[in-house]
Design a protein around this ligand. Sequence first.
Ligand code: NAD
Ligand code: UFG
Length: 338
Amino acid sequence: MKILVTGGAGYIGSHTCIELLNENYDVVVLDNLSNSSEESLKRVKSITGKHLEFYKADLLDKEQVTAIFLNHKIDAVIHFAGLKAVGESVTIPLKYFHNNITGTLNLLEVMNDFNVKNIVFSSSATVYGDPSSLPIKENFPLSATNPYGRTKLMIEEILQDIYRSDKNWNIALLRYFNPVGAHESGKIGEDPFGIPNNLVPYISQVAVGVLPRVSVYGDDYDTPDGTGVRDYIHVVDLALGHIKTLPKLFTSPGVVIYNLGTGFGYSVLEMIKGFEAASDKKIPYKVCERRPGDIAACWADPVKAKEELFWEADKTLIDMCRDTWKWQKNNPNGYRES
Ligand code: NAD
Ligand code: UFG
Protein backbone atom coordinates (compact mmCIF):
# COMPACT_ATOMS: atom_id res chain seq x y z
CA MET A 1 0.00 0.00 0.00
CA LYS A 2 1.39 3.37 -0.98
CA ILE A 3 0.39 6.47 0.98
CA LEU A 4 0.95 10.04 -0.18
CA VAL A 5 1.53 12.26 2.85
CA THR A 6 1.07 15.95 2.07
CA GLY A 7 2.82 18.14 4.64
CA GLY A 8 4.80 15.07 5.68
CA ALA A 9 7.90 17.06 6.67
CA GLY A 10 5.90 18.99 9.28
CA TYR A 11 5.31 18.26 12.93
CA ILE A 12 2.41 15.77 12.83
CA GLY A 13 3.28 14.55 9.34
CA SER A 14 6.82 13.49 10.22
CA HIS A 15 5.61 11.53 13.27
CA THR A 16 2.96 9.87 11.12
CA CYS A 17 5.56 8.92 8.50
CA ILE A 18 7.45 7.01 11.20
CA GLU A 19 4.38 5.00 12.17
CA LEU A 20 3.46 4.38 8.51
CA LEU A 21 6.96 3.04 7.80
CA ASN A 22 6.83 0.94 10.98
CA GLU A 23 3.64 -0.62 9.59
CA ASN A 24 5.39 -1.29 6.26
CA TYR A 25 3.42 1.18 4.17
CA ASP A 26 5.27 2.73 1.24
CA VAL A 27 5.45 6.45 1.90
CA VAL A 28 5.64 9.35 -0.54
CA VAL A 29 5.91 12.83 0.97
CA LEU A 30 4.88 16.07 -0.74
CA ASP A 31 5.89 19.23 1.12
CA ASN A 32 6.92 22.72 0.02
CA LEU A 33 8.95 23.14 3.25
CA SER A 34 7.24 26.50 3.91
CA ASN A 35 6.98 25.58 7.61
CA SER A 36 9.37 22.66 7.91
CA SER A 37 12.76 21.29 7.05
CA GLU A 38 13.86 18.28 5.01
CA GLU A 39 16.04 17.36 7.99
CA SER A 40 12.91 15.99 9.72
CA LEU A 41 12.53 13.42 6.95
CA LYS A 42 16.22 12.47 7.09
CA ARG A 43 15.69 11.75 10.77
CA VAL A 44 12.51 9.77 10.05
CA LYS A 45 14.64 7.56 7.79
CA SER A 46 17.35 7.18 10.42
CA ILE A 47 14.84 6.35 13.19
CA THR A 48 13.01 3.72 11.12
CA GLY A 49 15.91 2.48 8.98
CA LYS A 50 13.47 2.68 6.05
CA HIS A 51 13.23 4.66 2.87
CA LEU A 52 10.60 7.18 1.84
CA GLU A 53 10.26 9.27 -1.32
CA PHE A 54 10.32 13.03 -0.83
CA TYR A 55 9.10 15.63 -3.33
CA LYS A 56 9.66 19.29 -2.57
CA ALA A 57 6.43 20.36 -4.22
CA ASP A 58 3.66 22.87 -3.67
CA LEU A 59 -0.03 21.97 -3.67
CA LEU A 60 -0.59 25.33 -5.34
CA ASP A 61 1.30 24.01 -8.37
CA LYS A 62 -0.99 21.43 -9.93
CA GLU A 63 1.65 20.24 -12.38
CA GLN A 64 3.95 19.32 -9.52
CA VAL A 65 1.15 17.39 -7.84
CA THR A 66 0.25 15.62 -11.08
CA ALA A 67 3.88 14.59 -11.61
CA ILE A 68 3.82 12.70 -8.30
CA PHE A 69 0.66 10.80 -9.24
CA LEU A 70 2.23 9.95 -12.61
CA ASN A 71 5.28 8.51 -10.83
CA HIS A 72 3.45 6.57 -8.13
CA LYS A 73 0.34 4.44 -7.86
CA ILE A 74 -1.11 5.99 -4.70
CA ASP A 75 -3.67 4.05 -2.64
CA ALA A 76 -4.60 6.82 -0.20
CA VAL A 77 -3.64 10.36 0.75
CA ILE A 78 -3.12 11.71 4.25
CA HIS A 79 -3.53 15.45 3.84
CA PHE A 80 -1.66 17.44 6.48
CA ALA A 81 -0.37 20.29 4.28
CA GLY A 82 -1.71 23.67 5.28
CA LEU A 83 -0.96 26.86 7.14
CA LYS A 84 -2.04 26.68 10.78
CA ALA A 85 -1.27 29.85 12.75
CA VAL A 86 -4.61 31.21 14.02
CA GLY A 87 -3.36 34.77 14.69
CA GLU A 88 -1.61 35.05 11.33
CA SER A 89 -4.77 33.84 9.59
CA VAL A 90 -6.61 36.87 11.00
CA THR A 91 -3.95 39.24 9.65
CA ILE A 92 -3.46 37.63 6.23
CA PRO A 93 -6.67 35.69 5.54
CA LEU A 94 -6.25 35.62 1.77
CA LYS A 95 -2.99 33.72 2.12
CA TYR A 96 -4.73 31.17 4.33
CA PHE A 97 -7.72 30.74 2.02
CA HIS A 98 -5.47 30.49 -1.04
CA ASN A 99 -2.99 28.06 0.45
CA ASN A 100 -5.38 25.83 2.36
CA ILE A 101 -8.44 25.87 0.09
CA THR A 102 -6.86 26.20 -3.36
CA GLY A 103 -4.12 23.76 -2.37
CA THR A 104 -6.71 21.22 -1.27
CA LEU A 105 -8.82 21.75 -4.43
CA ASN A 106 -5.75 21.10 -6.59
CA LEU A 107 -5.00 17.94 -4.65
CA LEU A 108 -8.59 16.69 -4.91
CA GLU A 109 -8.74 17.40 -8.65
CA VAL A 110 -5.56 15.45 -9.27
CA MET A 111 -6.77 12.61 -7.03
CA ASN A 112 -10.00 12.53 -9.02
CA ASP A 113 -8.10 12.49 -12.34
CA PHE A 114 -6.08 9.50 -11.18
CA ASN A 115 -9.07 7.77 -9.58
CA VAL A 116 -7.47 7.91 -6.11
CA LYS A 117 -10.47 8.46 -3.86
CA ASN A 118 -9.27 7.68 -0.34
CA ILE A 119 -8.30 10.64 1.83
CA VAL A 120 -7.64 11.35 5.50
CA PHE A 121 -7.96 15.06 6.27
CA SER A 122 -6.38 16.93 9.21
CA SER A 123 -9.23 18.85 10.70
CA SER A 124 -9.23 20.48 14.10
CA ALA A 125 -11.22 20.87 17.29
CA THR A 126 -11.39 24.52 16.30
CA VAL A 127 -14.41 23.58 14.10
CA TYR A 128 -16.49 23.24 17.29
CA GLY A 129 -16.06 26.97 18.07
CA ASP A 130 -16.98 27.65 21.71
CA PRO A 131 -18.81 24.44 22.68
CA SER A 132 -21.91 24.75 24.86
CA SER A 133 -21.02 21.63 26.86
CA LEU A 134 -18.11 19.25 27.43
CA PRO A 135 -16.85 16.73 26.44
CA ILE A 136 -17.21 17.49 22.74
CA LYS A 137 -18.84 14.85 20.55
CA GLU A 138 -18.50 14.66 16.78
CA ASN A 139 -22.15 15.62 16.25
CA PHE A 140 -21.85 18.95 18.11
CA PRO A 141 -22.68 22.12 16.12
CA LEU A 142 -19.82 23.52 14.04
CA SER A 143 -18.64 27.09 13.73
CA ALA A 144 -15.47 29.00 13.00
CA THR A 145 -14.11 32.02 14.81
CA ASN A 146 -11.14 32.84 12.57
CA PRO A 147 -10.01 32.35 8.95
CA TYR A 148 -7.83 29.32 9.81
CA GLY A 149 -10.81 27.57 11.41
CA ARG A 150 -12.96 28.58 8.46
CA THR A 151 -10.55 26.84 6.06
CA LYS A 152 -10.95 23.64 8.09
CA LEU A 153 -14.75 23.92 8.07
CA MET A 154 -14.83 24.75 4.36
CA ILE A 155 -12.61 21.81 3.47
CA GLU A 156 -14.77 19.49 5.58
CA GLU A 157 -17.80 20.72 3.63
CA ILE A 158 -16.04 20.44 0.26
CA LEU A 159 -15.15 16.84 1.06
CA GLN A 160 -18.73 16.06 2.12
CA ASP A 161 -20.02 17.53 -1.16
CA ILE A 162 -17.56 15.48 -3.19
CA TYR A 163 -18.79 12.33 -1.49
CA ARG A 164 -22.43 13.29 -2.13
CA SER A 165 -21.60 13.58 -5.84
CA ASP A 166 -19.51 10.41 -6.08
CA LYS A 167 -19.94 7.57 -3.59
CA ASN A 168 -16.61 6.05 -4.60
CA TRP A 169 -14.84 8.52 -2.32
CA ASN A 170 -13.81 7.48 1.19
CA ILE A 171 -13.06 10.38 3.46
CA ALA A 172 -11.93 10.49 7.09
CA LEU A 173 -12.20 13.86 8.82
CA LEU A 174 -9.95 13.70 11.88
CA ARG A 175 -10.49 16.50 14.35
CA TYR A 176 -7.34 16.87 16.39
CA PHE A 177 -7.37 18.39 19.84
CA ASN A 178 -4.03 19.87 21.04
CA PRO A 179 -1.05 17.90 19.71
CA VAL A 180 2.09 18.15 21.86
CA GLY A 181 5.14 16.03 22.65
CA ALA A 182 7.70 14.49 20.36
CA HIS A 183 9.05 11.13 19.27
CA GLU A 184 10.62 9.30 22.21
CA SER A 185 13.99 9.23 20.40
CA GLY A 186 14.21 13.02 20.89
CA LYS A 187 15.24 13.28 17.21
CA ILE A 188 12.07 14.77 15.78
CA GLY A 189 9.60 17.20 17.29
CA GLU A 190 7.83 20.49 16.79
CA ASP A 191 10.08 23.17 15.33
CA PRO A 192 8.13 26.42 15.08
CA PHE A 193 9.74 29.22 13.07
CA GLY A 194 10.07 32.34 15.26
CA ILE A 195 8.30 32.83 18.58
CA PRO A 196 5.86 29.96 19.20
CA ASN A 197 2.13 30.70 19.28
CA ASN A 198 1.19 27.54 21.15
CA LEU A 199 1.61 26.88 24.83
CA VAL A 200 3.83 23.80 24.97
CA PRO A 201 6.49 24.91 22.45
CA TYR A 202 6.55 28.23 24.32
CA ILE A 203 7.04 26.54 27.70
CA SER A 204 9.82 24.36 26.34
CA GLN A 205 11.66 27.36 24.89
CA VAL A 206 11.45 29.02 28.31
CA ALA A 207 12.79 25.83 29.92
CA VAL A 208 15.76 25.75 27.55
CA GLY A 209 16.49 29.44 28.14
CA VAL A 210 15.59 30.80 24.68
CA LEU A 211 12.63 32.80 26.06
CA PRO A 212 12.46 34.46 29.51
CA ARG A 213 8.98 33.56 30.79
CA VAL A 214 5.59 32.17 29.82
CA SER A 215 2.70 34.61 29.48
CA VAL A 216 -0.36 32.92 30.95
CA TYR A 217 -3.28 34.30 28.96
CA GLY A 218 -5.82 34.88 31.72
CA ASP A 219 -6.51 33.34 35.12
CA ASP A 220 -10.13 34.42 35.41
CA TYR A 221 -11.78 31.73 33.27
CA ASP A 222 -14.50 29.53 34.72
CA THR A 223 -12.08 26.62 35.20
CA PRO A 224 -10.67 25.02 38.40
CA ASP A 225 -7.59 27.28 38.56
CA GLY A 226 -8.89 30.05 36.28
CA THR A 227 -6.52 29.27 33.38
CA GLY A 228 -7.53 27.77 30.03
CA VAL A 229 -8.10 24.01 29.85
CA ARG A 230 -7.27 21.92 26.76
CA ASP A 231 -7.12 18.29 25.70
CA TYR A 232 -3.40 17.84 25.03
CA ILE A 233 -2.63 14.71 23.03
CA HIS A 234 0.80 13.16 22.48
CA VAL A 235 1.76 13.49 18.82
CA VAL A 236 2.72 9.80 18.64
CA ASP A 237 -0.76 8.81 19.85
CA LEU A 238 -2.15 11.16 17.21
CA ALA A 239 0.04 9.61 14.51
CA LEU A 240 -1.17 6.15 15.56
CA GLY A 241 -4.75 7.42 15.16
CA HIS A 242 -3.99 7.86 11.45
CA ILE A 243 -2.60 4.34 11.22
CA LYS A 244 -5.84 3.01 12.72
CA THR A 245 -7.89 5.15 10.33
CA LEU A 246 -6.40 3.66 7.15
CA PRO A 247 -7.88 0.14 7.50
CA LYS A 248 -11.24 1.79 8.22
CA LEU A 249 -10.88 3.87 5.06
CA PHE A 250 -10.19 0.74 3.02
CA THR A 251 -13.54 -0.74 4.13
CA SER A 252 -15.23 1.96 1.97
CA PRO A 253 -17.09 3.72 4.78
CA GLY A 254 -17.95 6.93 2.85
CA VAL A 255 -17.40 9.97 5.08
CA VAL A 256 -16.35 9.24 8.67
CA ILE A 257 -15.55 11.79 11.36
CA TYR A 258 -13.53 11.24 14.53
CA ASN A 259 -12.26 13.29 17.41
CA LEU A 260 -8.64 12.50 18.17
CA GLY A 261 -8.15 13.56 21.77
CA THR A 262 -7.57 11.95 25.15
CA GLY A 263 -10.84 12.94 26.84
CA PHE A 264 -8.95 14.77 29.62
CA GLY A 265 -8.30 18.46 30.04
CA TYR A 266 -5.29 20.14 31.66
CA SER A 267 -4.95 23.79 32.60
CA VAL A 268 -2.13 26.10 31.58
CA LEU A 269 -0.76 26.00 35.13
CA GLU A 270 -0.91 22.18 35.19
CA MET A 271 1.06 22.09 31.95
CA ILE A 272 3.69 24.43 33.40
CA LYS A 273 3.97 22.25 36.53
CA GLY A 274 4.18 19.07 34.44
CA PHE A 275 6.98 20.58 32.42
CA GLU A 276 8.84 21.72 35.52
CA ALA A 277 8.73 18.13 36.80
CA ALA A 278 9.88 16.66 33.47
CA SER A 279 12.70 19.15 32.91
CA ASP A 280 13.70 19.73 36.51
CA LYS A 281 13.75 23.45 35.67
CA LYS A 282 11.79 26.33 37.15
CA ILE A 283 9.51 27.82 34.49
CA PRO A 284 8.92 31.51 35.21
CA TYR A 285 5.48 32.77 34.20
CA LYS A 286 3.38 35.90 34.39
CA VAL A 287 -0.39 36.12 34.24
CA CYS A 288 -1.50 38.49 31.45
CA GLU A 289 -4.71 39.51 29.73
CA ARG A 290 -6.82 36.85 28.04
CA ARG A 291 -5.82 36.19 24.42
CA PRO A 292 -8.64 37.37 22.11
CA GLY A 293 -10.60 34.48 20.62
CA ASP A 294 -9.59 31.91 23.26
CA ILE A 295 -12.22 29.72 24.85
CA ALA A 296 -12.17 28.65 28.51
CA ALA A 297 -12.09 24.90 28.10
CA CYS A 298 -12.14 22.21 25.45
CA TRP A 299 -11.82 18.47 25.61
CA ALA A 300 -12.92 15.57 23.46
CA ASP A 301 -15.27 12.69 23.85
CA PRO A 302 -12.97 10.15 22.17
CA VAL A 303 -15.35 7.16 22.44
CA LYS A 304 -16.29 7.01 18.75
CA ALA A 305 -12.66 6.57 17.68
CA LYS A 306 -12.23 3.90 20.35
CA GLU A 307 -15.28 1.96 19.22
CA GLU A 308 -14.85 2.28 15.47
CA LEU A 309 -11.09 2.64 14.95
CA PHE A 310 -9.97 0.61 18.00
CA TRP A 311 -7.75 3.54 18.85
CA GLU A 312 -7.25 5.45 22.06
CA ALA A 313 -4.54 7.74 23.32
CA ASP A 314 -2.51 6.07 26.04
CA LYS A 315 0.36 8.47 26.72
CA THR A 316 0.25 10.61 29.86
CA LEU A 317 0.96 14.23 30.64
CA ILE A 318 4.35 13.12 31.98
CA ASP A 319 5.12 11.39 28.65
CA MET A 320 4.12 14.54 26.76
CA CYS A 321 6.31 16.83 28.87
CA ARG A 322 9.27 14.41 29.05
CA ASP A 323 9.34 13.81 25.28
CA THR A 324 8.93 17.50 24.44
CA TRP A 325 11.79 18.29 26.80
CA LYS A 326 14.04 15.58 25.36
CA TRP A 327 13.52 16.97 21.84
CA GLN A 328 14.01 20.59 22.97
CA LYS A 329 17.10 19.84 25.07
CA ASN A 330 18.77 17.82 22.32
CA ASN A 331 17.77 20.35 19.62
CA PRO A 332 17.68 23.83 21.18
CA ASN A 333 17.62 25.33 17.67
CA GLY A 334 15.21 22.79 16.27
CA TYR A 335 16.41 21.37 12.95
CA ARG A 336 18.69 24.37 12.37
CA GLU A 337 22.34 23.88 13.24
CA SER A 338 22.77 27.10 15.23
P1 NAD B 1 3.17 21.92 10.23
O1 NAD B 1 3.18 23.35 9.79
O2 NAD B 1 4.30 21.42 11.03
O3 NAD B 1 2.98 20.95 8.96
C1 NAD B 1 2.28 21.37 7.80
C2 NAD B 1 3.19 21.11 6.62
O4 NAD B 1 2.52 21.48 5.41
C3 NAD B 1 4.49 21.91 6.67
O5 NAD B 1 5.59 21.01 6.54
C4 NAD B 1 4.40 22.87 5.48
O6 NAD B 1 5.67 23.12 4.91
C5 NAD B 1 3.47 22.12 4.56
N1 NAD B 1 2.70 22.94 3.62
C6 NAD B 1 1.94 24.04 3.91
N2 NAD B 1 1.39 24.51 2.77
C7 NAD B 1 1.79 23.71 1.76
C8 NAD B 1 1.56 23.70 0.37
N3 NAD B 1 0.81 24.63 -0.24
N4 NAD B 1 2.13 22.73 -0.38
C9 NAD B 1 2.92 21.78 0.21
N5 NAD B 1 3.19 21.76 1.51
C10 NAD B 1 2.62 22.71 2.29
O7 NAD B 1 1.78 21.69 11.00
P2 NAD B 1 1.29 20.45 11.86
O8 NAD B 1 1.18 20.90 13.26
O9 NAD B 1 2.08 19.24 11.53
O10 NAD B 1 -0.20 20.33 11.30
C11 NAD B 1 -0.54 19.42 10.27
C12 NAD B 1 -2.00 19.60 9.94
O11 NAD B 1 -2.78 19.38 11.12
C13 NAD B 1 -2.36 21.00 9.45
O12 NAD B 1 -3.33 20.88 8.44
C14 NAD B 1 -2.95 21.66 10.68
O13 NAD B 1 -3.88 22.67 10.33
C15 NAD B 1 -3.66 20.48 11.34
N6 NAD B 1 -3.84 20.66 12.79
C16 NAD B 1 -2.76 20.99 13.56
C17 NAD B 1 -2.95 21.22 14.92
C18 NAD B 1 -1.78 21.62 15.80
O14 NAD B 1 -2.02 22.19 16.86
N7 NAD B 1 -0.54 21.32 15.42
C19 NAD B 1 -4.22 21.09 15.50
C20 NAD B 1 -5.28 20.73 14.69
C21 NAD B 1 -5.08 20.52 13.31
N1 UFG C 1 -1.63 29.90 26.29
C1 UFG C 1 -0.99 30.68 27.23
N2 UFG C 1 0.21 31.22 26.86
C2 UFG C 1 0.78 31.03 25.65
C3 UFG C 1 0.10 30.22 24.71
C4 UFG C 1 -1.12 29.69 25.06
O1 UFG C 1 -1.48 30.89 28.33
O2 UFG C 1 1.87 31.55 25.38
C5 UFG C 1 -2.90 29.25 26.69
C6 UFG C 1 -4.08 29.60 25.81
O3 UFG C 1 -4.73 30.75 26.29
C7 UFG C 1 -4.93 28.33 25.91
C8 UFG C 1 -3.89 27.22 26.08
O4 UFG C 1 -2.72 27.86 26.54
O5 UFG C 1 -5.72 28.37 27.08
C9 UFG C 1 -3.58 26.47 24.79
O6 UFG C 1 -3.23 27.40 23.77
P1 UFG C 1 -2.55 26.94 22.40
O7 UFG C 1 -2.23 28.18 21.63
O8 UFG C 1 -1.43 26.01 22.68
O9 UFG C 1 -3.70 26.07 21.72
P2 UFG C 1 -5.18 26.48 21.29
O10 UFG C 1 -6.11 25.57 22.04
O11 UFG C 1 -5.42 27.92 21.37
O12 UFG C 1 -5.19 26.10 19.73
C10 UFG C 1 -4.60 24.90 19.21
C11 UFG C 1 -4.14 25.18 17.79
C12 UFG C 1 -5.32 25.43 16.91
C13 UFG C 1 -6.26 24.29 17.01
C14 UFG C 1 -6.67 24.05 18.44
C15 UFG C 1 -7.54 22.83 18.57
O13 UFG C 1 -3.29 26.31 17.75
O14 UFG C 1 -4.88 25.52 15.57
O15 UFG C 1 -5.50 23.86 19.24
O16 UFG C 1 -6.91 21.74 17.98
F1 UFG C 1 -7.36 24.56 16.28
